[in-house]
Design a protein around this ligand. Structure first.
Ligand code: 5GP
Length: 201
């Protein structure tokens, strides 16, 4: 059994990465989700251990001190980090691990796992992104403006990713992400052992 691949998915808020992932897990059963730890408050419907591991600041700082996080960042005043042990175990078990993290975390993961795949999800346009943020109905004008500004800043990192996928049509975006993952799994650079196996068979 070969080791799984770490797959990072980043996208500005409102680009639909959660919905893409929800659909992706239905069609690719070798994928597992890396549940991050955070110090932010749970939102309605979020469960500890499934959406995030919700931790206090001092608990999170202890995780950092004990070297239990692969990478972490402070985003909008809260800590977010990827638990190290779980990711290592899932990769060793041959599972492809999805890390849904922001752009700087993505850059750090690339330094730790050079074999990882970085996927950036783009909105079809800023007009559409603004429309989607407005449609949620939960955001104030000020929040919408700040999310758009944040999205523009995050887009500056997009060309450092391996793939860009536009989420205009959800089904297509899901298929596109899965195509990237399946293609990466078949790439020659990841299949030296397979080649030897066939040669010696
Ligand atoms: P939210 O509070 O909306 O769930 O997440 C805020 C941002 O933090 C999102 O861009 C999300 O992808 C990112 N994020 C979530 N977990 C992690 C993590 O473990 N590490 C990093 N670097 N970013 C994370």
């Amino acid at each position: 059994m070969s080791r799984g691949i770490p797959i990072v998915i980043s996208a500005p808020s409102g680009c639909g990465k959660d919905t893409i992932l929800e659909q992706l897990f239905k069609i690719n059963d070798n994928l597992v989700y890396s549940v991050s730890a955070t110090t932010r408050q749970p939102r309605e419907g979020e469960k500890d251990g499934a959406s995030y591991f919700f931790r206090t600041r001092s608990e999170f700082e202890k995780m950092i001190a004990d070297n239990e996080v692969l990478e972490y960042t402070e985003y909008c005043g809260n800590y977010y980090g990827t638990p190290k042990k779980a990711v290592e175990e899932m990769l060793s078990a041959g599972k492809d691990v999805i890390l849904k993290i922001e752009v700087e975390g993505a850059m750090n993961i690339k330094k730790i796992f050079s074999e990882c795949v970085l996927i950036f999800v783009l909105p079809p346009s800023f007009t559409e992104l603004e429309r989607r943020l407005r449609k949620r109905g939960t955001e104030t004008e000020e929040t919408i403006a700040s999310r758009i500004k944040q999205a523009r800043a995050e887009l500056e990192f997009a060309d450092k990713f391996d793939y860009m996928i536009v989420n205009g049509d959800l089904d297509k975006a899901v298929r596109d992400v899965n195509t990237v993952i399946l293609s990466e799994k078949m790439s020659s650079k990841r299949n030296a052992a397979l080649l030897e196996l066939v040669k010696n068979s």
